[in-house]
Design a protein around this ligand. Structure first.
Ligand code: MN
Length: 249
């Protein structure tokens, strides 16, 4: 399969996986930077992720303008993706979601921190973006580049930023990575919330987070991707492995 066709097919798969794993419902979205043109990204038209097929995928400029809309209505919040791709040349894929267990952290200000090794990707500290700080009372949707740029500033060079009263944004170097991190962010939030009711949490240390991330290899994402493809009823297409060969339980 040609590179672009394969990338589009995998983006459809990512939409179905995120829906199947409960990270998105009728809302939320995932994009990739265009594999051939770094100044474009690919995102579906405004449709529930589980329903998305390849003909729903649209190309956008990094300003969030659709290149060939062909009558298709884009997501109002496509600017989240535009803002992150503009600010972060290293980012190849972005997820925006309203992952349910993550929301309480955004509205209480209780820091979301890694509680188990599979969830270290969020980093030792997860920034919280509050749209009200710079934009006052809005409907909380990120519908322009000014808001998206502010959100991207909060994200900084990290993998995740929480959005107060809304959800989060997850950015990374590959589609498999952001899907993996989105699924495990939801799991971590759920575990941290439960653990908090039992007692004082002994979080991963900064050094442990660093050690995990420095040894994480692509087969970690690959193993998860194959498993999630099966659960989502999508064909699994293996990608070449890279990174250090460190086995993970
Ligand atoms: Mn949203």
């Amino acid at each position: 399969m040609a590179a672009l066709a394969q990338a589009l097919d995998e983006l459809v798969t990512a939409n179905h996986i995120l829906a199947r794993e409960g990270v998105v419902d009728a809302f939320g979205h995932v994009s990739i930077r265009h594999p051939e043109f770094a100044d474009r990204f690919i995102l579906a038209r405004a449709r529930a992720p589980e329903c998305i097929e390849v003909e729903d995928l649209m190309e956008f400029t990094l300003d969030g303008a659709p290149i060939e809309p062909a009558g298709r209505k884009p997501y109002a919040e496509r600017f989240i993706h535009a803002g992150v791709y503009q600010a972060r040349p290293d980012v190849r894929s972005v997820v925006h979601n309203h992952s349910p267990s993550v929301i309480p952290f955004g509205i209480t200000g209780t820091p979301l921190r890694p509680v188990m090794h599979m969830c270290a990707s969020m980093g030792a500290e997860v920034p919280l973006w509050d749209s009200r700080t710079s934009f006052g009372d809005t409907n909380l949707l990120v519908t322009n580049l000014a808001m998206a740029g502010d959100l991207a500033s909060a994200l900084g060079g990290g993998a995740v930023a929480l959005m107060r009263g809304h959800g989060c944004v997850v950015a990374g170097r590959s589609l498999r990575e952001v899907v993996f991190n989105s699924v495990y962010l939801e799991l971590n939030a759920n575990l941290q919330w439960k653990a908090h009711t039992l007692g004082t949490i002994n979080y991963l240390s900064d050094g442990e987070v660093e050690a995990i991330l420095s040894t994480r290899a692509s087969f970690t994402y690959e193993r998860a991707w194959e498993y999630w493809c099966g659960r989502a009823g999508r064909a699994y297409d293996p990608q070449p492995m890279s990174g250090p060969l460190v086995e993970r339980d």
